[in-house]
Design a protein around this ligand. Structure first.
Ligand SMILES: [Zn+2]
Length: 690
C-alpha cells in the first residue's frame, strides 16, 4: 500500500475504533463484536508499526499499553480536588438543605438587588451515585487528552497519564459535534473503578496461580493505576464515569452541572446513566430512597449518593470550607453487617508504643469486599463487648473505615470460648507493657517494632516525603540491620540497596535521589516527622514560625513554649523534655551531621503574633489562574505567614483576588463583586516591601 493510503486507512481505523468504544461505554449500545474490534486494532497496530512517523499518543492502539514507565511525577492540580462532606441520615441532609437556602437567600452576592434564591423553585439539584473507586482529574486541551492526575492530597496528584490512556472508556480525543466547538481547556473529574465481575475474574486467576487474593475492587483499582506497566492496566477492564469539573476555558455557555454532564457526554465522556436532575428537595430524598434498593444490583460498588446544587452561580456563591464545598454533600447508605467467627487476636505495635488488638476472622463477604480482619480498639472495649476467641461476631464495614466488631452473638457461644488477655509483654521486643487509661503501651524506647513504625511515619508524604520508601521497604531495611536511627536513612549506599527484594538499578537511583531531596524540607517537617507526642504538623509549623532553627528552639524555656498559640503547659512540657533528653539531642545532632536542614522555612523575625501588620494581615485572599513565579502552594504558605487567610472561592468575604494567566470565572466574579484584583507584578512588589 502507498504511504498516502496507509495514512488514510490509519485515520479511518482510529475513527472506527474510537466510535466503537464510545458506543460501548457511553451509549451502552455495542456496535461491533469484540472479535471485529480486535481485528481492526491489530490492523491499526501493524500499519502504525510500518509508519512510525504517523505515531499519535492518542491513537486507540496506545490503549494496549506502551512501554513500562519509571515512576510517577507529582504535579499540581489547576484547581484543588476537594473532598465531599458525608451525611448518614435524612435529618442531616435536611439540615444541609436549610444551610444552602440560608446561604443563598440572605442577599444577592452581586449586590445588584437580584437574588440567586427567591423560593425553592430557584434551587435544583443533581443526584449521582457515589462509586467506590479512585478519583481522577482528566485534562483535555483542544480536545486532546493531555494529562491525568490522581487526587493525591487534593492539591497535588500523581501523573498517571500513560496508564489512563490504556483505560478504554476514557476518550483520548473528544468528539467534535456540530452544535458546539470544543473548549480550549476541559478538566473532567471522575471515578475509575473496577466492575465486580472483573474483580472476581482477577481473583479467580490468582487463585488458580496460587497467589494471595485481593481484598476489594478498590484496592486492585489503585494498584492497577499505580502499576508501572501500562499493559497490566490494559488487560484489566477498568471503567470510568465523570462526576465533576475542574478548570475549564471556553465553556462559559454552560451554567449548570446538569448541562455540563450532557455536554461532556456529547463529546464522548461517560457519565452515570443513573444521574438525575431533581426539581425539589423532596425529589432528592425520594431518589436516594429508591436508589437504596437498586444499588446492590449494579455490578460495581456504590456506597452513597452525591447531591449537589445544580447552578454554577449558586455553587460559587456558597463557596467552600477549608475541607469541602458547601454546595455538595454525600449521603452514605448504612454500613453492611456480616456474621463470622473470631479466630485469633494479635497485638500490633504503633509508633508511640500503643498496642492495638487486631482480630482475625473467618473470611466473610461484606459490602463487596472480603473481610478477614477487624480492629478491636483496646482492652476495655474487648471487655465491655465481652468478645472471646471462637465467638460468633457481627461485624460492620462502612466505606474505607476498618471493619469493626459490633457485638457478639452470645447465645451461639461455644464451650471453651477463650477470654482475651491483655499481653504481659510487647509481642516484638518482649519489653514491659504499661496501661494508661484504656490503652496499653510498650514502654521500651528501643523497641524495634516502634522504631519501624516511626520511620514509616518519618518518611511519609506529609513529613520528609521520601518517595519510593514504602512500608515493606522500611521493614526490610530494619530487618537487614541497615537502619537503627532516622539518620541512618541518609547513610544508605547504593550497594546496601541493590540486593534488596524488588530493587532494580533504576529504583535504587530514584530512592537515593528522593532521600537526598528530603534533606531540604526544613525544620518543621523534621519536627512533625519525629513523632514527638503532641507535635503534629500544625504545632511544628507554629514552632517554625517563631524559631529560625533547632538551636533557637533548644534555647527556649518551657514557659516561652507554653505561650505559643495552641500550646498549653502539657504540650510545652512534653516538647521541652524531648528537646533536652539525650535521645532528642542525639537525633538532632545525627540528622544535622547527615546533612538534613534544621532551619525553618517559614520563620518570621519576632514570630507571627508580634510581627508588625503587613498589607496582608487579616485579609482573605483567593488565588486564581497560573502564576509564573510562584507555585500556588508556596504562595499560599507565604501569604499565610504574612497574616493572610487563603481560601479557594470568591465570596463577599473575599478582600483580595490575585489573578495569574488565564484566570477564569473567579476573576469575573471578583470583578462583579467589586473586589480588589492584583496581578502577579503588583503582588511581587507588595511582597518585596513587607
Ligand atoms: Zn516493644
Amino acid at each position: 500500500m502507498s504511504k498516502t493510503s496507509d495514512k488514510q486507512r490509519i485515520e479511518e481505523l482510529r475513527g472506527l475504533l474510537e466510535k466503537a468504544n464510545r458506543a460501548y461505554y457511553v451509549e451502552a449500545a455495542p456496535s461491533m463484536s469484540d472479535r471485529a474490534f480486535d481485528e481492526l486494532l491489530e490492523e491499526l497496530i501493524r500499519l502504525e508499526t510500518q509508519n512510525p512517523e504517523l505515531f499519535d499518543p492518542n491513537s486507540p492502539s496506545q490503549r494496549v499499553g506502551g512501554e513500562p514507565i519509571e515512576g510517577f511525577e507529582t504535579l499540581e492540580h489547576a484547581l484543588p480536588m476537594q473532598s465531599i462532606d458525608n451525611t448518614y441520615s435524612t435529618d442531616d441532609l435536611r439540615a444541609w438543605h436549610d444551610r444552602v437556602r440560608r446561604g443563598l437567600g440572605v442577599e444577592s452576592p452581586a449586590g445588584d438587588g437580584k437574588s440567586l434564591f427567591r423560593d425553592d423553585a430557584d434551587l435544583t439539584f443533581v443526584c449521582d451515585p457515589k462509586i467506590d473507586g479512585v478519583a481522577i482529574s482528566l485534562r483535555y486541551e483542544d480536545g486532546q487528552l493531555v494529562r491525568a492526575l490522581t487526587r493525591g492530597d487534593g492539591v497535588k496528584g500523581d501523573d498517571v497519564t500513560s496508564n489512563v490512556r490504556a483505560i478504554r472508556p476514557i476518550p483520548l480525543k473528544l468528539m467534535e459535534t456540530t452544535k458546539a466547538s470544543l473548549p480550549e481547556v476541559l478538566e473532567v473529574r471522575g471515578e475509575i473503578f473496577m466492575p465486580s465481575k472483573e474483580f472476581e475474574r482477577i481473583n479467580a486467576e490468582r487463585e488458580k496461580a496460587d497467589e494471595p487474593l485481593y481484598a476489594n475492587a478498590r484496592n486492585v483499582t489503585v494498584g492497577t493505576l499505580k502499576n508501572l506497566d501500562p499493559t497490566v492496566v490494559s488487560r484489566r477492564r477498568l471503567n470510568f464515569v465523570a462526576h465533576g469539573r475542574g478548570e475549564t476555558v471556553g465553556l462559559d455557555d454552560i451554567t449548570t452541572y446538569w448541562g455540563f454532564l450532557q455536554k461532556i457526554r456529547e463529546w464522548g465522556i461517560p457519565v452515570s446513566p443513573l444521574a438525575k436532575l431533581c426539581d425539589s428537595f423532596d425529589q432528592v430524598v425520594r431518589t436516594i430512597e429508591a436508589f437504596a434498593q437498586q444499588r446492590s444490583d449494579l455490578g460495581y460498588g456504590v456506597d452513597g449518593m452525591v447531591v449537589r446544587v445544580d447552578r454554577f452561580e449558586q455553587q460559587e456563591s456558597l463557596g467552600a470550607t477549608s475541607k469541602a464545598p458547601r454546595w455538595c454533600i454525600a449521603y452514605k447508605y448504612p454500613a453492611e453487617q456480616g456474621v463470622t467467627t473470631l479466630m485469633k487476636v494479635e497485638w500490633q505495635v504503633g509508633k508511640a508504643g500503643t498496642l492495638t488488638p487486631r482480630a482475625t476472622m473467618e473470611p466473610v463477604l461484606l459490602a463487596g469486599t472480603t473481610v478477614q480482619h477487624a480492629t478491636l480498639h483496646n482492652i476495655e472495649e474487648i471487655h465491655r463487648k465481652d468478645i472471646r476467641i471462637g465467638d460468633t461476631v457481627v461485624i460492620e464495614k462502612a466505606g474505607e473505615i476498618i471493619p469493626q466488631v459490633v457485638r457478639v452473638e452470645k447465645d451461639k457461644r461455644k464451650k471453651g470460648a477463650k477470654k482475651i488477655q491483655p499481653p504481659q509483654q510487647c509481642p516484638t521486643c518482649k519489653g514491659v507493657v504499661e496501661q494508661e487509661g484504656p490503652k496499653l503501651y510498650c514502654v521500651n524506647p528501643e523497641c524495634p517494632a516502634q522504631f519501624r513504625e516511626r520511620v514509616k511515619w518519618f518518611v511519609g508524604r506529609g513529613q520528609m516525603d521520601i518517595e519510593g520508601l514504602g512500608e515493606k521497604l522500611v521493614d526490610q531495611l530494619a530487618e537487614e540491620g541497615l537502619i537503627s536511627h532516622f539518620a541512618d536513612l541518609y547513610a544508605l549506599r547504593r550497594e546496601d540497596l541493590v540486593g534488596l527484594e524488588r530493587m532494580g538499578d533504576k529504583s535504587v537511583d530514584n530512592l537515593l535521589d528522593a532521600i537526598e531531596k528530603s534533606k531540604s524540607r526544613g525544620m518543621e517537617r523534621v519536627l512533625s516527622g519525629l513523632g514527638i507526642r503532641q507535635i503534629g504538623s500544625s504545632a511544628a509549623k507554629m514552632l517554625a514560625l517563631h524559631y529560625p532553627d533547632t538551636k533557637a528552639l533548644m534555647a527556649a524555656t518551657k514557659e516561652e513554649l507554653g505561650e505559643l498559640p495552641d500550646f498549653g503547659d502539657i504540650t510545652a512540657g512534653i516538647l521541652h523534655a524531648y528537646l533536652h533528653s539525650p535521645q532528642g539531642q542525639e537525633t538532632f545532632c545525627k540528622l544535622e551531621e547527615a546533612g538534613v536542614s534544621m532551619k525553618s522555612t517559614r520563620y518570621q523575625k519576632g514570630g507571627a503574633l508580634s510581627t508588625p501588620a503587613t498589607v496582608f494581615t487579616g485579609k482573605t485572599i483567593v488565588l486564581t489562574g497560573t502564576l509564573e513565579n510562584f507555585s500556588r502552594d508556596d504562595l499560599a504558605q507565604q501569604l499565610e505567614a504574612l497574616g493572610a487567610k487563603v481560601t479557594t472561592s470568591v465570596s463577599r468575604k473575599t478582600d483580595l483576588v490575585i489573578a495569574g494567566q488565564s484566570a477564569g470565572s473567579k476573576l469575573q466574579k471578583a470583578r462583579s463583586l467589586g473586589i480588589e484584583v492584583w496581578n502577579e507584578e503588583k503582588l511581587h512588589q507588595a511582597m518585596q516591601t513587607t
